[in-house]
Ligand binder design. Structure first.
Ligand code: BG6
Length: 497
């Protein structure tokens, strides 16, 4: 029987996370090929979701040919490619013992299909990983985070093509051969339910890909499932104690009222938004509700017996998730006001505040989510993203982001409650370590970091790094293994200029 635990485990992993396409920049040097992230233009928070996510062949080709990089902020990122040593050192000074980042597939394989990797790309990640481990941190590597090589879209139509499974497994095998000795924790795909909410950036499927777009999306997800299972197998063959996680963007959904119709609506949203993905990858088989969903949406998937055997034989070792907000469902669509959210729009919850981008802040929902997921799967959980996007400003030489401290404090408190409830949690990596380009809007203005980066939406600034107030606060939290969540006694005055 599990023992009662009233504090964070001694070996708890604390840190934060970034992604290659939002931070590295250097999109066209030393042999890197273009990726789907390099064609994302900037939108402000008023742009519609449909407008932001839409990508068809014409728009893609125009963007790939466009050499005006100022239209595509992820091409520049925040120059992690050249500043990784300083960035990693700053994180280490905060007391991290884990650092989550992703590998750019097109930096290693410019078109995605080459046999041998680009030496310069491999060498870059060798240096990054050595830097992380030299500072005593565990690297947590996401193999694919919204940056599929663009050639795999123009040539194969993205993940809807089965060919991508082999290409991805080859890419991952090169990573394992090189890095598995230093890297124990891996994630096959960032937010694998992106196939539902963030189709182009997650799977490379274009809006005009065929006359059955939805089928293409779910076929792409199926190929990612099989690829996940195959790389889990490969990783274990390379390093038996290494762990491959499946990761989702978790949208815990409450019914708008206690009307049974609303409860069914919320349950059904949970199934198709989250559990369709995690049930398949953690349980190793498609859930019982999948056939009805396929039938009612005119989806006919190509799933071989070998695919089914692969999924069954190689389930994920742990369940990772991003958590920013919760959602609300009602059977009556006109019942409540709508609000924005991470990847999907939803109904407004009258009991919750929201960020400036309309994401509803729900720390208690994190405890609820952790209990739901742990009781469903009984595999270790890992919170690999959680944070507040805000338009931080420097005033009197400081960024006084007490709102971020408040957000993180309240989530860490609930995370601890879930641990006391008995949930097994490996670690917590906030989003993000330092300010990076927003995934959804490509804005710099939407900042999540503990470290301010002097770069703006007009592409102006010095790129200098400067710790925010939250940096010193998180350092105190980590020094106490999550026990001291109090405000700092006084402002720290060692800021860089
Ligand atoms: C997650 C992604 O969905 O949310 C990250 O994994 C992303 O890449 C994060 O940055 C926050 O979203 P956004 O759109 O505010 O950057």
């Amino acid at each position: 029987m599990k023992e009662y635990q009233n504090s964070f485990p001694k070996d708890f992993l604390w840190g934060s996370a970034i992604a290659a396409s939002q931070s590295e920049g250097a999109f066209d040097i030393e042999g890197r090929g273009l990726s789907v992230a390099d064609v994302a233009t900037r939108y402000d928070k008023h742009a519609s979701r449909a407008q932001r996510k839409f990508m068809d062949e014409q728009k893609l080709m125009a963007a790939l040919e466009d050499t005006d990089n100022s239209h595509y902020p992820k091409r520049t990122g925040v120059d992690f490619y050249h500043r990784y040593q300083e960035d990693i050192a700053l994180c280490a000074e905060m007391g991290f013992n884990v650092f989550r980042f992703s590998i750019s597939w097109s930096r290693l394989f410019p078109n995605g299909w080459e046999e041998t990797p680009n030496v310069a790309g491999l060498d870059f990640y060798r240096r990054v990983i050595s830097e992380i481990t030299a500072h005593g941190m565990e690297p947590l590597v996401t193999i694919s985070h919204f940056d599929l090589p663009a050639s795999l879209v123009t040539t194969y139509g993205g993940w809807k093509n089965r060919k991508l499974i082999d290409l991805y497994v080859h890419f991952a095998s090169v990573l394992f051969a090189e890095f598995a000795p230093q890297v124990k924790y891996w994630l096959a795909f960032n937010e694998i339910n992106g196939a539902r909410f963030n189709v182009f950036y997650s799977t490379g499927v274009l809006a005009d890909s065929s006359d059955n777009y939805l089928q293409d999306c779910y076929q792409a997800a199926h190929h990612q499932f099989v690829a996940s299972a195959l790389v889990t197998k490969k990783l274990h063959e390379t390093r038996p104690d290494a762990m491959m996680g499946c990761m989702v963007a978790k949208f815990t959904t409450y019914p708008a009222t206690c009307r049974p119709e609303d409860a069914i609506e919320a349950q059904s949203n949970e199934q198709v938004d989250n559990y369709y993905f995690t049930d398949t990858l953690v349980n190793g088989e498609y859930p019982y509700y999948a056939p009805r969903f396929w039938r009612e949406n005119n989806i006919q998937l190509e799933i071989t017996q070998e695919d089914e055997a692969t999924l069954k034989a190689h389930p994920a070792d742990y369940l990772a998730f991003s958590y920013y907000m919760s959602a609300v469902s009602s059977a009556d669509k006109s019942a409540l006001e709508m609000t924005e959210g991470n990847l999907k729009k939803g109904l407004k919850n009258p009991y919750l505040p929201a960020s400036d981008w309309g994401w509803q802040i729900d720390p208690i929902g994190l405890r609820y989510t952790m209990n739901e997921m742990y009781s469903r799967y009984r595999v270790p959980l890992f919170i690999v993203e959680n944070g507040l996007g805000a338009d931080d400003r420097i005033q009197d030489g400081r960024v006084q982001d007490d709102y971020r401290i408040d957000y993180l404090r309240r989530h860490i408190q609930q995370m601890k409650e879930a641990i006391v409830d008995g949930v097994e949690l490996l670690g917590y990596t906030t989003w993000s370590s330092f300010d990076i380009v927003s995934s959804g809007t490509s804005e710099m203005k939407k900042r999540y970091g503990f470290i301010y980066v002097d770069w703006d939406d007009e592409g102006k600034g010095t790129m200098q790094r400067m710790p925010k107030d939250s940096y010193y606060w998180y350092r105190q939290v980590l020094a106490s293994n999550g026990e001291n969540l109090a405000d700092l006694p006084q402002p720290v005055t060692t800021h860089r200029n």
